[in-house]
Design a protein around this ligand. Structure first.
Ligand code: G6P
Length: 472
């Protein structure tokens, strides 16, 4: 029977260990939810890193057994590989360049070598399970070489690739010493997907300027193959967020928030710790708000959650310290006995708490310097069952192409973010509702299931087209 193999750097599980015993919980991430209906079926499988260093072979066998029961297959990484492939090339080279922050990028041969080797490690594990007729769907920037590596082994297998982060303009992409190898790797796919038309256009442009390929509209002709490159903006599980508003636990937490904040207006900010998220600029904008509009002192609270991430990468550590400092400064400068301007949390929270916050917050402030899509903005919209609330959204987030009824800001323009907060605080309810309704229609329709179906259907069509071309 033909099967679908999903591949991503991380497996959709959270592993916790107590005294040598590992327990596995399915993760609640958007991708995991969307692909759940696929990888759990029949002999389909999801291949990836379990996210933890497990070196002992017996321990690995134990974990593998548990994972296999969940249709998951692990790729174990050594500490060296975690340092050089994951933290190194993926997050100190590709991540900053692809997010237009090339000054943060390190171009290290050891990082590249590890990246190449780990992509090969993934290939070898895939080769153990892949059979002719299977479909392979590879995800994201950690595995850009994998499509080409699999293609070299199985020329006729159907391969889809989706990149969840931006694809930068050619002038940025060309900075990477291994740019040609990266493009060759990606072009091993039959169908390549990006979140926005600009990402798609940038990829096509980079391919045509760096490699001896011809591109027409959205098709790249390379090595006698036709690779289709298209735009698939990713959605979320709309119903889950909309329905959580009536969950008893969420309702209780909303009640607690009401008691705690009483008449305060709440501005919500939720991100992974990342310099691409514009957290420091957001803090500056909030500080400027209190400085220019003292009438909001004691009345508006910035509720800021930063979820720990990649904390072994130096720029992330530095960012964390800088956030601590800025939050401390602003709180010390403006606090009163009864009120703190910023409620800052550096940790992750259960979905119920996030849902309560999405329901309760008057404003959601999402101002990344660069973001492939940004799902927080969509989660806020999906949670607003009363159609009220205001989303302030960076024009540099992929989501801004769909959520055009948000207040759209340039995240580098601190004054504009401050003005957007004032406008949001003063927005009449009918206008909030008009905008929110429009955005909810979009988020409900183009949800995660729609995205998965669209990509998979297109991959099948492209595959049929490839077969017809070969038969001719
Ligand atoms: C982004 C990337 C994902 C990545 C996630 C979390 O959303 O597109 O590929 O998994 O961040 O980052 P982490 O480094 O913890 O996997």
């Amino acid at each position: 029977m033909r099967k679908t193999i999903i591949v991503s750097n991380r497996l959709p599980v959270k592993i916790s260990e107590t005294e040598g015993d590992y327990s596995l919980q399915p993760s609640e991430g958007g991708l995991a939810t969307g692909l759940g209906s696929i990888y759990r079926e029949g002999n389909n499988i999801w291949i990836g890193w379990p996210g933890q260093e497990i070196t002992d072979q017996k321990e690995q066998e134990k974990v593998t057994k548990k994972l296999r029961k969940m249709n998951l297959m692990p790729v174990y990484l050594t500490q060296d590989e975690i340092n050089n492939f994951y933290e190194g090339f993926s997050n100190e080279t590709l991540w900053p360049v692809f997010h237009y922050m090339a000054v943060y990028a390190h171009y290290e041969q050891t990082y590249w070598d590890a990246y190449y080797q780990v992509n090969k490690k993934f290939r070898d594990i895939i080769m153990k399970v892949a059979e002719p007729g299977d479909t392979i769907w590879i995800h994201d920037y950690q595995l850009l070489l994998l499509p080409g590596m699999i293609r070299a082994e199985m020329p006729e297998i159907s391969i889809g690739f989706f990149q969840h982060i931006p694809f930068p303009s050619f002038e940025l992409f060309r900075l990477i010493p291994w740019r040609a190898e990266i493009l060759e790797g990606m072009l091993g796919a039959d169908l390549m997907g990006f979140h926005t038309f600009d990402d798609t256009r940038h990829f096509l442009n980079a391919a045509s300027r760096i490699l001896p390929v011809t591109t027409t509209a959205n098709v790249v002709s390379y090595n006698d193959r036709a690779i289709v490159v298209e735009t698939f903006p990713m959605g979320i599980d709309y119903n889950k967020y909309a329905e959580m508003g009536s969950d008893p636990e969420v309702l209780q937490q909303i009640k607690n928030l009401k008691e705690n904040f009483q008449n305060d207006r709440l501005v919500l900010s939720i991100d992974r710790l990342d310099y691409s998220k514009g957290i420091l600029q957001r803090l500056q904008a909030f500080e400027l708000l209190l400085q220019l509009h003292p009438e909001y002192i004691g009345k508006v609270v910035l509720y800021m959650i930063v979820v720990p991430s990649r904390d072994q990468v130096p720029q992330y550590k530095e960012l964390r310290d800088e956030i601590d400092k800025q939050v401390g400064n602003i709180n010390a400068r403006f606090r009163t006995l009864a009120w703190h301007p910023i409620q800052y949390f550096y940790r992750s929270f259960p979905l119920e708490t996030l849902s309560a916050l999405y329901n309760f917050a008057d404003i959601c402030l999402v101002t990344p310097m660069r973001d492939g899509m940004n799902l927080v903005s969509k989660e806020y919209v999906a949670s607003r069952n009363n159609n009220d609330g205001v989303l302030i959204l960076s024009e540099m987030a992929g989501a801004s192409k769909e959520l055009i009824d948000a207040i759209i800001v340039n995240p580098n323009n601190i004054g504009a973010i401050t003005r957007a907060i004032v406008d949001a605080l003063n927005m009449p309810l009918p206008e909030q509702q008009r905008r929110m309704k429009q955005m909810r229609t979009v988020v409900a329709k183009f949800n995660i299931n729609h995205w998965v179906k669209l990509f998979m259907t297109r991959l099948q069509e492209v595959n049929e087209m490839q077969q017809n071309m070969l038969a001719r």
